[in-house]
Write a protein that binds this ligand. Structure first.
Ligand code: AMP
Ligand code: MN
Ligand code: MN
Ligand code: MN
Length: 279
């Protein structure tokens, strides 16, 4: 076990998590987390409540965000840690990324309508704690509710992943913009769950190289999405590119997540944990 139980990536109802920010913090404390970052998708709205609850309970808290990025033909997620939530360029950049989500959600609903699933927009909105942030996770919960699939995992297999009938292409922020906003707001930039990206070894190397050039700091080596082999593979890439390592549950809620807050695997001991650079 790492000496510190750090969990530097999770979600609240400000994006597609199912717990309010204060409840995420309470659960982290109950689980023995020592250092927590809330990293909602493209959104800072949950940070004040989480920070206040963490202060009350004596938990070390780091303001964070998970920025949606288009790179090559993939969607990547870049986590920003220790960002200043009052930074104007960050606030405006994220508002721009969120702004694309409404139109995208309408296109997802239209695609689902074509295969006979009606009312998906209203259905997804009922699950969205923040109407400015409709995510595929909200559509997934609606599709489970109407019995289209047994669980959220199956929804992604059959409906919402690329190549499936409810998937639509969308252009998110550029990698350059995401790094610019995060670094400009005084944050550390982290490549989220790299094991989820469909990139060749050569493409992954190009991504890490470019990320480094843009001032990127770390990579999630231990995260809910990685198996043991992926943890070792991305530990190797962290060493190769001189990146620090992060540990992340990517918790979305008790019903929805394979890994609970504070329960991701420990980092290999030779890597530098990104939290050594967080106050
Ligand atoms: P979006 O940002 O709207 O594209 O939604 C992405 C979110 O959908 C992720 O952050 C997860 O919460 C969820 N998600 C994506 N793929 C899966 C999957 N295979 N299983 C479960 N949830 C997923
Ligand atoms: Mn999510
Ligand atoms: Mn993500
Ligand atoms: Mn996430």
């Amino acid at each position: 076990m790492n000496a510190l139980n750090a969990d530097l990536h999770c979600h609240s109802t400000a994006s597609d998590g199912t717990l309010a920010p204060a409840d995420v913090v309470r659960r982290a404390v109950a689980n023995g987390v020592d250092l927590l970052a809330l990293t909602d998708h493209d959104e800072l709205l949950g940070l004040p409540e989480a920070a206040a609850t963490a202060a009350e309970l004596g938990l070390r808290f780091v303001p964070g965000v998970e920025v949606s990025v288009s790179w090559l033909d993939q969607t990547l997620h870049i986590v920003g840690l220790g960002i200043d939530p009052s930074n104007t360029a960050l606030i405006e950049g994220l508002a721009q990324v969120r702004g694309g989500r409404d139109g995208r959600a309408a296109r997802i609903a239209a695609e689902l309508e074509r295969i006979g699933i009606r009312g998906a927009m209203e259905g997804a909105l009922r699950y969205a704690g923040n109407p400015a942030l409709v995510s595929r996770a909200h559509f997934a919960r609606f599709l489970v509710e109407i019995g289209a699939s047994r669980n959220v995992h199956d929804v992604f297999l059959h409906y919402l992943a690329r190549g499936k009938p409810g998937y639509v292409e969308h252009v998110w922020a550029t990698l350059e913009d995401a790094l610019g906003w995060i670094k400009g707001a005084g944050g550390l930039a982290v490549i989220a769950h790299p094991g989820r990206y469909r990139l060749s070894h050569a493409e992954m190397d190009i991504l890490f190289e470019r990320f480094r050039e843009l001032g990127g700091d770390a990579v999630e080596v231990s995260c809910g999405a990685h198996d043991g082999g992926q943890l070792l593979a991305f530990a190797r890439l962290a060493r190769k590119f001189g990146l620090m390592a992060s540990r992340a549950s990517d918790f979305h809620g008790p019903e929805d997540s394979p890994i609970d807050l504070g329960r991701a695997d420990p980092l290999p001991p030779d890597l530098t944990p990104v939290w050594t650079r967080l106050n």
